[in-house]
Ligand binder design. Structure first.
Ligand code: ADP
Ligand code: ZN
Ligand code: MG
Length: 645
């Protein structure tokens, strides 16, 4: 089936379930801290106002002189800005520069005046035996420095510290950012087992092997085999990737280090890399063990597609990870598991042999899988005997494990609210309704009509594959909506690697691709957008047959295009440049010939399906009921033929 857009589901949060995060990040203190800053600012202004601007009322210069003459003022302090007269001699001040304390409140009356350059004043003071002295500017200069430089700098330092704390890791000391925060869970701590995970049987099977690697490494190394270093769990959020990783550690009885990709990405360049180094150092000490990197895409994003010039920090972290992965050999008993729901954005270097060369698909569960998951999660819940988990599983097509765990919990809450001591079917139905509303917004629930179309579409592909000689056998048909856009899929497994394909086989491929749309048209009398992707592929094959492989009638054995050298190791997206070396008229012929080939094959495909319509109905019906058919189930039906049922 074709692509469905707007389907990115990043950051879907589950209100229930999931292991507790090792590092809860308190993020509530914002307002509180802003209050601190405000208080500081107000405090400083007050401080300034009270002490810096504490001006004694000044008196006129003539009054000042008069007070000296009258003998009231006994001591005078001369500065550039004021002459200050004191009425006592008490405070004998040492000569020379010193820091004056202008804030020491004096009980005696003090007079102050703005200085005037008056030589008479000195004479007067000499005459009256007034002690007078000048105060060097240095004293107040130091104070000035304190106020205009030291305090503001201190102030900004505190703001900086505060922001660092915020942006850094909420509460962590700025100096300790490099330290590892992986939670080391000791052997006995992991109680998760494979029996706690359901509905992802293929993934489980592959991981059982990983457990065996960890338990009996000698079995593999004795024979000269290499134990895989990295296994990448790929699947939509909530399908149980984290759970599976824990189960592997639990089953193998080894230590489990879990870190999220986001934990590595710090604002300081180099910290992430240091953390990776730390993590692996600890892991090597504890081997055999499992290092689990959740949300690998946070650090493993492709470096190629960095339009904005790249994120140095992430790149360094990624490079360090690659270095570490290359740095240990398969005998050390260290296995790295990673999880991602965006395998498409990962850097190709991560997927190279010796790194995450094993990929395990953790897909959405089908009907049977959902029932098993519901069973696991309702073990701890008191169910009324009339609860039919199979019926609940039928109502929850497209739900992932986390959704189902949520539904069980929600149903239990509803039972409590209803003052019941057993959970009844109605509670489940209500819980599903609640969840469906949320999921519909996220495009994860498809309507019954759509499901029917998808079922017939996929059956069309599968039947044509079965009828076409030399076609790859159908391994699985599914109408479980997939994470990455497809509404359903038919999986064909090549029997052998092919380097050559005959004209007949290419046409057969086109047939299989057209089978989906043909079935839709045959059954519903109308066609849908679901075949877009199929048509693109079919058209591409037809075009290549004409332009590249010389398989058209007019240009038999003539190559019409010339491909420039492709980029070495480039992905399929980086197709080599095409040089068109033919005329406009030929182009028109090619276009017409493509349409002609597709039309011819489509007619044949539709006729085939019409002939086997009973089979089409049977398979689609079964698919609608069970959501997925495996190779054997499908073969059995085909073997029974049109009259089997
Ligand atoms: P992911 O890591 O794929 O996003 P999690 O492993 O964190 O998903 O799943 C969250 C929770 O949902 C799990 O702790 C578990 O309770 C439940 N869950 C998810 N998938 C399954 C499953 N296949 N079988 C049983 N429980 C599941
Ligand atoms: Zn299709
Ligand atoms: Mg997870």
């Amino acid at each position: 089936m074709g692509e469905r857009k707007n389907n990115k589901r990043k950051g879907f949060k589950f209100p229930f379930g999931g292991p507790p995060l090792p590092n809860p990040k308190p993020f509530g203190g914002w307002k509180f801290s802003i209050m601190y800053i405000l208080i500081l600012v107000v405090g400083m202004s007050l401080f300034n106002y009270v002490f810096m601007n504490r001006v004694n009322p000044t008196v006129d210069f003539s009054d000042f002189k008069a007070k000296i003459a009258s003998g009231e003022i006994k001591r005078v302090e001369l500065t550039d800005s004021y002459f200050t007269g004191y009425t006592s001699l008490k405070q004998e001040l040492p000569p020379g520069p010193r820091i004056r304390n202008p804030y020491a409140a004096s009980s005696e009356p003090v007079y102050r005046t703005v200085p005037i350059n008056d030589p008479e004043l000195i004479k007067l003071m000499d005459e009256k035996q007034v002690a007078y002295y000048a105060v060097s500017r240095e004293g107040s200069a130091i104070l000035n420095i304190v106020f205009s430089w030291v305090l503001p700098i201190a102030f900004f330092f505190f703001i900086w510290r505060f922001l660092m704390k915020r942006l850094g890791n909420m509460g962590g000391n700025v100096l300790s950012v490099g330290q590892n925060r992986a939670v080391i869970v000791a052997e006995g701590d992991i109680v998760t087992r494979f029996s706690d995970v359901a509905g992802v049987d293929e993934a489980k099977e592959e991981l059982i092997e990983v457990v065996d690697f960890l338990k009996n490494p000698k079995k593999y190394t004795d024979i000269g085999g290499k134990i895989p270093k990295g296994v990448l769990l790929v699947g939509p959020p909530g399908t149980g990737k984290t759970l599976l990783a824990r189960a592997v550690a639990g089953e193998a009885g080894v230590a489990f280090f879990r870190m999220s990709g986001a934990d590595f990405v710090e604002m300081f360049v180099g910290v992430g890399a240091a953390r990776v180094r730390d993590l692996f150092k600890q892991a090597r000490d504890k081997a055999p063990c499992i290092v689990f990197i959740d949300e690998l895409d946070a650090i493993g994003k492709s470096r190629l597609n960095n339009i904005a010039g790249g994120n140095d920090e992430r790149e360094q972290t990624l490079n360090q990870l690659l270095v570490e992965m290359d740095g240990f050999d398969g005998t050390s008993g260290l296995i790295i598991l990673a999880a991602t729901n965006r395998p498409d954005v990962l850097d190709p270097a991560l997927l190279r042999p010796g790194r995450f060369d094993r990929q395990v698909l953790v897909d959405r569960p089908d009907l049977k899988g959902r029932e098993a998951i519901l069973r696991i999660h309702s073990k701890a819940v008191k169910l009324s005997p009339q609860v039919d988990l199979d019926a609940i599983a039928r109502l929850t097509s497209g739900f992932v494990g986390a959704d189902l765990a949520n539904i069980v919990n929600e149903a239990a809450l509803l039972a409590v609210r209803g003052n019941r001591n057993l959970v009844i079917q109605k509670d489940f139905e209500e819980a599903i309704e609640k969840t469906v509303a949320g999921l519909q917004k996220k495009n994860r629930i498809i309507s019954e009509d759509e499901r029917r179309i998808v079922a017939f579409h996929e059956t069309g592909h599968a039947l044509i594959a079965a009828f076409t000689p030399g076609s790859d056998p159908v391994q699985k048909i599914s109408i479980v909506p997939r994470g990455f856009g497809a509404l359903g899929y038919t999986l064909q497994m090549p029997v052998e690697d092919r380097y050559l394909m005959t004209e007949g086989e290419l046409l057969g491929k086109i047939d299989v691709l057209l089978g989906g749309r043909a079935a839709e048209e045959l059954i519903f009398g109308k066609i849908s957008t679901g075949a877009a992707n199929d048509l693109t592929k079919a058209t591409d094959i037809a075009r290549r047959m004409i332009t590249d492989y010389g398989m058209s009638s007019r240009f038999r054995n003539v190559a019409l295009t010339q491909r420039g050298a492709g980029m070495l190791g480039g992905s399929q997206a980086q197709e080599p440049l095409l040089h068109r070396e033919y005329s406009e008229a030929t182009q028109q012929y090619i276009d017409e010939e493509i349409a002609h080939i597709v039309e011819k094959q489509y007619t044949w495909v539709k006729a085939q399906l019409a002939e086997h319509q009973v089979l089409l109905n049977t398979v689609a019906g079964l698919l609608l009921e069970k959501e997925s058919l495996d190779e054997k189930e499908f073969k059995d039906i085909i073997a029974q033929g049109d009259h089997g049922l």
